[in-house]
Design a binder for this molecule. Structure first.
Ligand code: COA
Length: 336
């Protein structure tokens, strides 16, 4: 039996401060009712000033090691998915490595917007299957509040800050482990969702700051149209490719960007809502963190047991979209 990678631990970190829809009503021309009915979001968490993506990532990695009962020194590699690195370089992976005490780990970042976690998981899994690493941490972390314009009602209601992490290890147990990935990108979508300045095309200048080019820009309608189609498609395709159907799933863990986009995928899969993990109401869109955060909460709620079939699916800036299918490999938490 060839080696597979399996998720041997999961964790998350969310900052304490909560920004509710009612708080946003005082900042821009919006309403709790509009935000809830259009997006499904009630509140999101915001990281305190002076802290960055790596601080949330490091907290998630420390908890991950506690959950697995290992020393951070045992980690071989750390991959951080993020679009809000602490700085251009060094990578946020390097900073997480230092702050979590994972001194023996190599580390790097992957930028694939809201698809970053699944993309990173696919990279980490190849190392495990190839036998070149035994313990790889995949972190999805974003401090979206750092690039959100709280004067723009079109975007500021959507995003929040968080980190989630999983540990990947090898297994020869055929009943558990990561079974498959589908990854896609389409660069013709680049202009619909982006942060225009701060890179090599438009380095920071008085003009870029005056034009708000260091904030998220989104053409919401175009992204919505793309997302509704692609997240449903990539979910159904990976099941069909593996000779499975929606009802074989124990849990569907979709990217949490908009409840209406999740609804469309759930309808296409033909599954009941009790098989879908949803926490967008409490966190908003935390970009690379949504899937590991939702997975971690689902696990803690006792919704997953050994051998259960789990589907991840996502879409995001780029455009990018992706899915992954796996069988769960961690026993339920005590008392669940
Ligand atoms: N409060 C009140 N009104 C708002 C608002 C807010 N926070 N944000 C936008 N509006 C207004 C718009 O200005 C527009 O007004 P207009 O018709 O006078 O121009 C009106 O609401 C309708 O906007 P529309 O874009 O049709 O709303 P929508 O139903 O498409 O919802 C999004 C907007 C952003 C929620 C939706 O397009 C979306 O979810 N897009 C995808 C976002 C996403 O998933 N991004 C992340 C990708 S990983």
């Amino acid at each position: 039996m060839p080696k597979k990678a399996y998720i041997s631990a999961v964790s998350h970190y969310v900052p304490e401060k909560v920004l509710t829809n009612f708080d946003l009503e005082k900042m821009v021309d919006t309403s709790d009712e509009w935000i809830r009915t259009r997006t499904g979001i009630r509140e999101r968490h915001i990281l305190e000033p002076g802290k960055a993506t790596s601080d949330m990532g490091a907290e998630a990695v420390k908890k991950l090691c506690q959950n697995r009962g290992i020393d951070p020194m045992e980690i071989d590699g750390i991959i951080v998915a993020t679009v809000t690195p602490d700085m251009f370089f060094p990578s946020t992976g390097n900073l997480v490595q230092e702050k979590s005490g994972a001194k023996n780990a190599w580390s790097f970042d992957i930028a694939a917007a809201c698809s970053g976690f699944i993309y990173s998981l696919s990279v980490a899994a190849q190392f495990i299957v190839a036998g070149t690493a035994k313990k790889i941490v995949v972190v999805g972390a974003d401090k979206m509040s750092a690039i959100t314009n709280y004067r723009d009602r079109n975007t500021c209601v959507l995003f929040g800050d968080a980190a989630g992490a999983v540990l990947l290890e090898p297994t020869e147990d055929e009943n558990v482990g990561i079974m498959d990935f589908l990854l896609y990108s389409d660069g013709s979508g680049a202009d619909f969702l982006k942060m225009k300045a701060g890179g090599s095309l438009y380095p920071a200048s008085l003009e870029t700051v005056a034009n708000d080019w260091h904030f998220i820009y989104q053409d919401g309608k175009s992204v919505f149209k793309f997302a509704v189609t692609k997240m449903a498609e990539v979910s159904v395709d990976i099941l069909e490719k593996n000779g499975l159907q929606g009802n074989d799933l124990t849990l569907f863990v979709p990217h949490q960007a908009n409840l209406r986009i999740i609804d469309a995928a759930v309808k296409r899969l033909g599954i009941d809502y009790d098989r879908v993990m949803i926490n967008i109401d409490r966190y908003g869109n935390t970009t690379a963190a949504t899937i590991p955060l939702a997975l971690s909460e689902a696990y803690l709620e006792g919704r997953l047991d050994i051998g259960d079939l789990v589907l991840f699916a996502t879409f995001g800036g780029g455009f990018t979209w992706a899915s992954s299918l796996l069988r769960w490999g961690i026993p339920k938490p005590d008392g669940k």
